[in-house]
Structure formats: structure tokens, C-alpha cells
Design a protein around this ligand. Structure first.
Ligand code: C5P
Length: 232
């Protein structure tokens, strides 16, 4: 594993105390942190700033999807908070993504701007029900291409999609992958999983890992084990 931390720990906690109980055992040289909707709605920008002040890169995973003006303003606000990465739904369209890009480019601090393609929780039937009669993998590629052409820095995708997306969209297009499980750990509700080293070998740039670390009896050891496994 390269020296830059590739693991982003999903802080899927309900409150600040349990979040900090974990974070205070971690080091910014070993991992980055992801704050999603639940933690953000409960603890807000104050906690995000606390994490940044502790030296961590924070991925603000709020998946913005709204009219272009609103998403641009939200991205600007995220940039002002000092986060390292922020995301928007690529299905919000070219104009929405371009507005988000412009808002971030105008900000003093410029987080990576990442698109969400098709949520991995959606099946072929689920997307057909909302009017998309297409294979999810084809729609992922279409939206990832649109995201790249609209100026985004990369997309969130499943580890299985990484090699095709790198091949089609170029090595510099950043791929962030959840659905990662160290060998021997429970898949939980994740459907198509890969081990961290398999995901990195396929070309994933950053691995989002939650429960295999946060629910481990010794989270720091679990993180170190994953880093060791990736270095082999
Ligand atoms: O605990 P686990 O490793 O499954 O956590 C994965 C994290 O990645 C969660 O915060 C989840 O919301 C997020 N995520 C995901 N699948 C996506 C996008 C985000 O699991 N397609």
C-alpha cells in the first residue's frame, strides 16, 4: 500500500462521544474518515471541524442531489468547512455537476468532487421500476462518463466496477469503493465484496471500510491488519 492513506473509515456512529472514542485511537497517517448523513444530521459541521482540527482528511458523504444552484451552494459550504472530499449524485445531470465544479473551483479550499452513480443497493428491477430499462453496470458507466465530462474528479463505485471504469475513463479518474471486506470478515448487508488488497489491485484509489473496523473488538488492530494485508 502506498504511503498515502487509502483507507477511509466510515464513521457510522450515532453520536459524538462514540465517534471520538474511536477517532482518538486513530492517526491521520493511517486513515481518512467519512462522515455520512446520520452522523452529520446528528452532530453537524462542529464535529466535522473537530475531526479536521485533529488532522484528518474528511470525506463528507452527503450525496447532494438538487437543482444546480442549490447543489453548488452546498458544495461551496462543504469546501468552506475544509473537507477533503465531497460527493453529489451524477444522476442530477451535467448542469448540476458543472455548477458544483465551478463552486468548488471558486472556493479557497478545494475538496475532491466525487459522483455517485447507481447505488449498490439497487437491483436491475429497482432501476426498472423508476423507469430505467438498462443493466445497472451500463448505467454506472454512462453516469461515470458524464461525471468525468462534467469535470468531476471521480466516482464512488463497487470494487467489481473498478477495472472497467479505469479502462474506459482513464487512470487519473479517482475511484472510491465501499463493499470491501478483509478476508474472513462478515459481508453484512454488502452484496458483492472484495478484499482490500483485491480492490487496490483492481485499481481502486480509496477504500471505504466501516464495520470491519468500527465493530471490531480492537478497531486500531483491525485497521493495522488491513494495511498489512494490503502491503503483502
Ligand atoms: O460498514 P461498511 O463497510 O459496509 O460501510 C460502508 C460505508 O460505505 C457505509 O457508510 C455506506 O453508507 C457506504 N456506502 C456503501 N455503498 C455505496 C455507497 C456508500 O456501502 N454504494
Amino acid at each position: 500500500m502506498p504511503s498515502e492513506p487509502r483507507i477511509i473509515i466510515a464513521l457510522d456512529f450515532k453520536d459524538e462521544a462514540s465517534t471520538l472514542a474511536l477517532v482518538d485511537q486513530l492517526e491521520p497517517s493511517l486513515c481518512r474518515l467519512k462522515v455520512g448523513k446520520e452522523l452529520f444530521v446528528r452532530c453537524g459541521p462542529a464535529l466535522v471541524k473537530k475531526l479536521i482540527n485533529k488532522g484528518f482528511d474528511v470525506f463528507l458523504d452527503l450525496k447532494f442531489h438538487d437543482i444546480p444552484n442549490t447543489v453548488a451552494a452546498a458544495c461551496h459550504a462543504a469546501a468552506d468547512m475544509g473537507v477533503w472530499m465531497v460527493n453529489v449524485h451524477a444522476s442530477g445531470g451535467r448542469k448540476m455537476m458543472q455548477f458544483a465544479r465551478e463552486a468548488i473551483d471558486k472556493s479557497e479550499h478545494k475538496p475532491l468532487l466525487i459522483g455517485v452513480t447507481i447505488l449498490t443497493s439497487l437491483s436491475r428491477q429497482d432501476i426498472a421500476e423508476v423507469g430505467l430499462d438498462i443493466e445497472p453496470a451500463d448505467q454506472v458507466l454512462r453516469l461515470a462518463r458524464l461525471a468525468r465530462d462534467s469535470g468531476l474528479d471521480g466516482v464512488v463505485c463497487s470494487p467489481q466496477e473498478v477495472s472497467v471504469l479505469k479502462q474506459q475513463l482513464g487512470q487519473d479518474f479517482c475511484l472510491v469503493t465501499p463493499g470491501v471486506r478483509p478476508s474472513g470478515s462478515a459481508a453484512g448487508d454488502q452484496q458483492r465484496v472484495m478484499t482490500p488488497s483485491q480492490a487496490l489491485q483492481s485499481g481502486s484509489d480509496y477504500l471505504v471500510i466501516g464495520r470491519p473496523i468500527t465493530a471490531a473488538p480492537d478497531p486500531v488492530q483491525a485497521l493495522k491488519n488491513i494495511i498489512d494485508e494490503c502491503q503483502k
